[in-house]
Design a protein around this ligand. Sequence first.
Ligand code: ATP
Ligand code: MG
Ligand code: MG
Length: 376
Amino acid sequence: MNVLILGAGQLARMMSLAGAPLNLHISAFDVNSGNTVHPLTREVLGQGLASAIERADVITAEFEHIAPDILEQCQASGKFLPGAEAILTGGDRRIEKSVLDKAGVNNAPYNVINQREDYDAAISKLGLPLILKSALDGYDGKGQWRIKSTEDVEATWQSVEAFLADADDRQCVIAETFIPFDREVSLIGVRGANGDTAMYPLTENIHTDGILSVSVAADDNHALQQQAEQMFKAVADALNYVGVLAIEFFDVDGTLMVNEIAPRVHNSGHWTQQGAWVCQFENHLRAVCGLPLGDTSRVAPTAMINMVGHVNVPQAIMSGCHLHWYDKAPRPGRKIGHINVTAASREALAEQLTTLSQALDSTEFPAVKEAAERLR
Ligand code: ATP
Ligand code: MG
Ligand code: MG
C-alpha cells in the first residue's frame, strides 16, 4: 500500500520506520517545496501534489497547519484520513473550541477576539488572568500572550493589534481563562473507520518555555484514565475520526479539562515506541490503512526526553536508553531527537532518570531532574 503523508518532518520519518514491517510504502509531501520526498533520505521522488495524490492509496498528515487548498485537493481524492475537517479543527482554535463544546467536554471558557471591543468583552466576561492564543499557526507556545493583571491590559492589546494587522484575514485571537492546573497530562488514542478505539495510558508532560521537555508514562490512576478516555471518545466520535488523535489536558485537582487536541501522532506519544506493545506511529498507519488496531497497553514505565537545539548526549547513556535522532540540523528551540527510557517499575524509572539527570547537562535537558522527583 502507498501512503502519502502531508509534511516531511520527524513524524513522517517515524511513521515510515513503523510502516516498513507492514509493507507500507510511505512518501512525504513537503508543503514548502511542493515535492514528494522519501521520509528518511529526503530524496525527491516527484513534483507537485496532483501526481502524489494519484499514486497514493491513502493520504494522511503529520501536522495541522496546512493550507486550505491542499486540504481540499486531498479531500476531493476520497483517500484522506482523518480528513480535512479533523485537520482544520486541529489547526484553527476557533473551530477546535466549538468542536470541544459540541462534544460536551470540559474546556476553558473563551472568547473570540477580532477587535478591541471583543478584547474588552473577554476581560469583563472571563476576568483576569487571561491567556490569549492566535487561532491559526500556534505551536510550542508561540503566538501567545498572557494578561496577569490590569496593568498588562493596554500593552498586550498593542501587541495583539499589531499582530492582527499583519496577519491574513482568517487569523484571529482566542482569549481563554487561565487555568491554575496541578499538572499537564495527555491521552493518545486511535480510532478505526469502524469506530473501534484503543487508548494508551495517560502521559504526564513537563514543558520548558512552551516546548515539551519530558513525557512520563508511569501513572496508574484509573479514575483519571476513565475521564480522559470518555472525553477522547466524545471528541473522536464528533469528528468521525480515523487515525491517532492526541488530547492535551489540565489536571485540576483530579478533574480533567481539555487544553487542545492534535489530529495526528504527537510528541507526548513518542514513548510508545519502546513503552507500548504497538507504538502510536504503527497504530496511526493501521487505522488509516484499514488494518486492525494494535495493542496500546504499556509494556513498562517509560519516559521520553526531548532533545531541543544543540545538545550533547554522552555515548555512555546509550546502554540504558533508546536514542531517536531526526537527522535535523540543531537550531535553538528546534526538536532534533528524543531519548526513550524504560524501566521495570516506577521506582526504577525514577532511579534511571536521576542517573540521567547527572549525566546530561541540565541547561540542555532542563526537566529530567524534575521528572525523576515527580515519580517519587
Ligand atoms: P503545542 O506545542 O502543545 O501544540 P501550543 O502552542 O498549541 O502548544 P498550548 O498547548 O495551547 O499551545 O499552550 C502552551 C502551554 O501554555 C500549555 O502547555 C500550558 O502550559 C499553557 N496554557 C495554555 N492554555 C492555558 C490556560 N488556559 N491556562 C493555563 N495555562 C495554559
Ligand atoms: Mg497546539
Ligand atoms: Mg499544547
